[in-house]
Write a protein that binds this ligand. Structure first.
Ligand SMILES: CC(=O)N[C@@H](CCC[C@H](N)C(=O)O)C(=O)O
Length: 372
């Protein structure tokens, strides 16, 4: 087994929530500190890690970013190396992203390229978002690269596949938290209470009508509710219900239109159900927009790279705070095929580990090519 597959398995066992990646940071630093240090400068930023490798010429700096956090999912894989953190799992591939980052770092340390390379291990991608505050930090600004790239595992593609496109790759996102507050009471006396289970059920159906009735069918929008909480017992009328979800849009205008519609629906709910509402949009991510020239250049290079198949894919409604780096720095993101039947954010996700070696080859060789 390669050292980087082993590292992936170690990361897999310790998934941590955003900005609490303490063990993950320590594991990254332990590996990085064990590399030859003569060309390295290492910094931490909150629970993240920045590593700069000095190039042979060092006029420019190229960047590679890997995200670090896990998700609140109870793992259900058949792995011997499953998560040791109850209720948390690396179910979005960040364990692979970090192992690949260390593999590329090792390759560049062993055979330096002309340009400096900045390796960014970024916390809190799943939320509340580490990219924007990291981008604004003095630690990052001082080392800001001239080009940046990142990848995300893609369960639906075979190993050996790279998929990307010029322009928008991932959607704009906004989290969505709605509390509705009525009056609790005895199940047998509904007329003396104000039941938020019924109001919540109505609101759920109305929210589902936004995409089907208020959005241009040729535009792409998602409104997903991933969590409902409410009530205390089967024979008690619920005073409070909380809905948690996410909004995805390909255009910034659709995002503000959807939010305006949600606010109107909540105004209506207050009248129809005589309840109070509280609305919070949580964290919002800017779309991932691949610089056209950089994406075309990368795609042309991948087409000629032996053993790898390039797919020009369509946009996806996933979100990624790497979009903030790409808003400021030319670069690109791509999907890496890991061929597994369960999708991202699934408790049974088992990416093919052969993809780690493929990605290390592709990214390190591309950085070398980009630097020549
Ligand atoms: C690649 C991926 O799955 N990213 C997450 C980003 C989450 C953003 C935010 N917490 C939200 O839920 O809106 C995704 O769910 O797409």
């Amino acid at each position: 087994m390669s050292k980087f597959v082993e590292l992936r398995r170690q990361f897999h066992q310790i998934p941590e929530p955003g900005f609490q990646e303490f063990k993950t940071q320590a594991m990254l630093l332990e590996y990085i500190n064990g590399l030859p240090q003569d060309r390295l400068e290492i910094r931490t930023w909150r629970t993240g890690v920045l590593v700069r490798v000095k190039g042979l010429v060092g006029e420019r700096c190229l960047g590679y970013r890997a995200d670090m956090d896990g998700l609140p999912i109870e793992e259900d894989t058949g792995y011997e190396f499953r998560s040791t953190h109850n209720g948390y799992m690396h179910a979005c591939g960040h364990d692979l992203h970090m192992a690949i980052g260390l593999g590329v770092l090792t390759a560049i340390v062993e055979q330096p390229i002309n340009d400096d390379v900045l390796f960014v291990f970024q916390p809190a991608e799943e939320g509340p978002g580490g990219a924007l505050p990291m981008l604004q930090s003095e630690e990052f600004k001082e080392w800001k690269p001239d080009f940046m790239m990142a990848l995300h595992i893609a369960p639906e593609y075979p190993v050996g596949t790279i998929a990307t496109r010029p322009g928008i790759l991932f959607a704009n996102t906004s989290e969505l938290f709605i509390d509705i507050i009525g009056k609790g009471g005895h199940a047998a006396y509904p007329h003396r209470a104000n039941d938020m289970i019924v109001a919540g059920a109505s609101l759920i159906m109305q929210l589902q009508s936004i995409v089907s009735r208020n959005v241009d069918p040729l535009d792409s929008v998602v409104v997903t509710l991933g969590k409902i909480e409410g009530g205390t017992k089967q024979n008690i009328i619920a005073e409070r219900v909380r809905l948690e979800g996410t909004i995805r849009t390909l255009s910034a205008k659709s995002m503000s239109d959807v939010k305006a519609r949600i606010e109107s629906l909540l105004d209506g709910l207050k009248v129809s159900f005589g309840c109070q509402t509280e609305l919070d949009y949580g964290s919002n991510y800017y779309q991932v927009y691949n610089n056209e020239q950089e994406a075309e250049r990368f795609m042309d290079w991948v087409r000629a790279f032996e053993g790898v198949q390039l797919i020009e894919c369509t946009e996806a409604m996933t979100g990624e705070d790497f979009g903030y780096f790409l808003q400021d720095i030319p670069g690109l993101m791509f999907w890496l095929g890991v061929d597994t039947p369960y999708g991202l954010h699934h408790a049974k996700l088992e990416p093919q580990e052969d993809a780690i070696g493929v990605a290390i080859e592709v990214v390190s060789n591309y950085l070398r090519h980009r630097s020549s």
